[in-house]
Design a protein around this ligand. Structure first.
Ligand SMILES: Nc1ncnc2c1ncn2[C@@H]1O[C@H](COP(=O)(O)OP(=O)(O)OP(=O)(O)O)[C@@H](O)[C@H]1O
Ligand SMILES: [Mg+2]
Length: 289
């Protein structure tokens, strides 16, 4: 069996804001070449974790390494491997899209001769060419996001962090970004993606981690997570007209349950989805508190 290299290693990570613990002892590994989906409810600590792992903010306890470089001991080497699209766009709003990109390219020490061609190539890929000479401030939210994504990719990062990359994007742009993510991944880029769009994570990710209150509560492939709660779902309305969900390891068990409910219940039996897993696993934690 080929053991894939762990390209992101996080051990016992704690990040506090004053008394508030945003990341609470996070242990996480991401393998080279994976598209890793990081899911969690609002405020779970996803953005904070991404910012810490990518070296954008400090942390209180723990260890973080990317590509074998410790983020505290070798921050330059670690950061050279990374591209980051933050949840809140961090481009200079008074500069044009191209000026921002040139600045990023220089920061990443891209050879001068390659910069223009790379900007044109990526801008062309997601239809940004006609916006290159407009200031960031003058763009709509979706075009700003596209500019941020292109800016993060110029230096061909080995590890790409995308914190909710497709929020506010129209459907065509979302599909283009998905294609771009797959293309980059096919060329060897490891992708760390946070998203609230389960269909996005389902479409793209080999591996999924669920974070809740700063802790990793589950990790596995979408199929693994579905098996964990039961791969077959039974969905029905209870007498109070509340939608209920139950999960089973086989269709026979689900059908047995449906017949046990008796007549008058309309039960839909279907495959369990990642959305079911998310709701169930986060719900279990809420229930257990
Ligand atoms: N700069 C900050 N100062 C104080 N508290 C912060 C700061 N940034 C984040 N937090 C807190 O840390 C916790 C985790 O926030 P974070 O933004 O990481 O969550 P998230 O999982 O990315 O949520 P969302 O899905 O809403 O983007 C929250 O309770 C938040 O209020
Ligand atoms: Mg966030």
């Amino acid at each position: 069996m080929v053991l894939l290299e762990d390209i992101i290693v996080v051990k016992g990570l704690v990040k506090k804001f004053g008394k508030e613990v945003a990341v609470d002892g996070l242990d996480l590994t991401v393998k080279k070449g994976e598209i890793f989906g990081f899911l969690g409810p609002n405020g779970a600590g996803k953005t904070t974790a991404v910012r810490v792992i990518s070296g954008l903010t400090s942390f209180s306890e723990g260890e973080v390494s990317v590509g074998g470089y410790d983020i505290l001991k070798n921050p330059k080497e670690a950061k050279r491997l990374m591209g980051v699209v933050q949840q809140h766009i961090s481009l200079d709003k008074d500069l044009t899209v191209r000026e921002n990109m040139m600045h990023r390219a220089m920061t990443h020490k891209m050879p001068a001769g390659e910069r223009k061609e790379r900007i044109d190539e990526l801008a062309g890929y997601i239809g940004l060419e006609e916006y290159l000479d407009r200031t960031i401030d003058s763009l709509s939210g979706g075009w700003k996001k596209r500019a941020a994504i292109v800016s993060s990719l110029l230096h061909r990062p080995t590890v790409l962090f995308l914190d909710e990359p497709t929020v506010g994007l129209d459907i065509q742009a979302r599909r283009l970004i998905w294609s771009l993510i797959r293309k980059l991944n096919g060329e060897g880029t490891t992708v760390f993606l946070t998203s609230h769009y389960i269909e996005e994570v389902e479409a793209l990710c080999d591996m999924v981690g669920i974070i809740h209150k700063g802790k990793l509560i589950a990790k596995g492939s979408p199929a693994d997570l579905c098996r964990r709660i039961g791969s077959i779902a039974a969905e029905y309305l209870d007498p109070d007209r509340m939608m209920r969900y139950r999960y089973f390891s086989s269709k026979e068990d689900a059908e047995g349950f449906a017949s046990s409910l008796g007549g008058g219940h309309k039960v839909l039996i279907r495959d369990t989805t990642l959305e079911d897993c998310f709701v169930e696993l986060v719900g279990e934690k809420l229930g257990g508190e």
